[in-house]
Design a protein around this ligand. Structure first.
Ligand code: PAF
Length: 285
């Protein structure tokens, strides 16, 4: 595996990879867990060359968020990626990504509004801007993202469609199913913030979500079910809920009743020092 920290060596490394066939990109912020490694394995199935980026992107963190505390473990992450047979690790410095004078911003309306867009103002501008840069830097044939960040995936696909991106094209931006711990908690780098007691309690989130999905699919009233789900999450040990909504899976339009198209139950809730997000599919009526 070749590790590069600047744009020129990255472009040279990717050019060499491209000679062997299609190139896949897995963008990450590091602190890798099995969810990320699943993305890498899926990337390997789809491309001759696999590039993983690790960049803790300051633009997507709000003033009171965990930018400084966000785990940075490049040596450990690098060993994990090497073991997965990754070809290139792109680990730019902040100066390489945002040189002095950097002044641009990509803002995607619609799908970025509400949900995490409401509780983390500016977050999706930061995500869209860095992901657009990563796409232009690596020019991958395919890019893979975890479905755990469902709204993020919708924002990135919208951006790719709106800006006529070709490397990757919008339909080559692939979502990979959320990887879960044995008890059902979605894997996340932020789970590391939890104490043992908080970690044990955090299972209340997927448990309450599954119960709500069973109720909605069984015909229960959606607002009442969401209220019961929120009560279950809070009584399980979460201190607050940023949002808990049923949304159209594609355009993220809010739904007050079960619809005939694919839906997603999407939740963000706070426990101890962590803000955890999760989403699950709800079958159409
Ligand atoms: O999902 C993440 O880890 C980040 O939001 C991403 C897509 C790497 C952009 O910084």
């Amino acid at each position: 595996m070749q590790t590069v920290h600047a744009l020129d060596p990255l472009r040279n490394a990717v050019s060499r990879l491209r000679e062997a066939g299609p190139v896949a990109l897995v963008p990450t912020m590091g602190a890798l867990h099995d969810g990320h490694l699943t993305l890498v394995r899926e990337a390997r199935k789809r491309a001759a060359g696999v590039v993983v980026s690790i960049f803790v992107n300051p633009l997507q963190f709000g003033a009171n968020e965990d930018l400084d505390a966000y785990p940075r473990q490049l040596a450990r992450d690098s060993a994990l990626l090497e073991a997965e047979g990754v070809d290139v690790l792109w680990a730019p410095t902040v100066e390489a990504m945002y040189p002095a004078g950097f002044a641009s911003n990509i803002s995607v309306a619609g799908v970025s509004e509400g949900l995490c867009g409401a509780s983390r103002p500016g977050h999706f501008d930061g995500v869209a801007t860095v992901v657009c840069k990563l796409f232009n830097q690596v020019m991958p044939d395919v890019a893979l993202f975890g479905e755990k960040d469902w709204q993020q995936l919708a924002v990135i696909r919208r951006m790719a469609r709106d800006l006529d991106l070709t490397r990757p094209a919008a339909d080559a931006i692939l979502g990979v199913a959320t990887v879960r711990e044995a008890d059902g908690l979605a894997m996340s780098s932020r789970n590391a913030y939890l104490s043992a007691d908080e970690r044990a309690a955090a299972v209340a989130l997927p448990t309450a979500m599954r119960a709500a999905i069973a109720a909605i699919e069984g015909g229960a009233d959606v607002p009442a079910t969401l209220a019961r789900m929120q009560a279950g999450i809070l009584s399980g040990g979460f201190r607050s809920i940023d949002y808990a909504e049923l949304r159209d899976a594609d355009d993220l339009a809010p739904l007050a009743a079960r619809s005939e198209g694919p839906m997603r139950l999407i939740v963000a809730a706070r426990i101890g020092p962590a803000r955890l997000i999760d989403n699950m599919a709800v079958n159409p009526s």
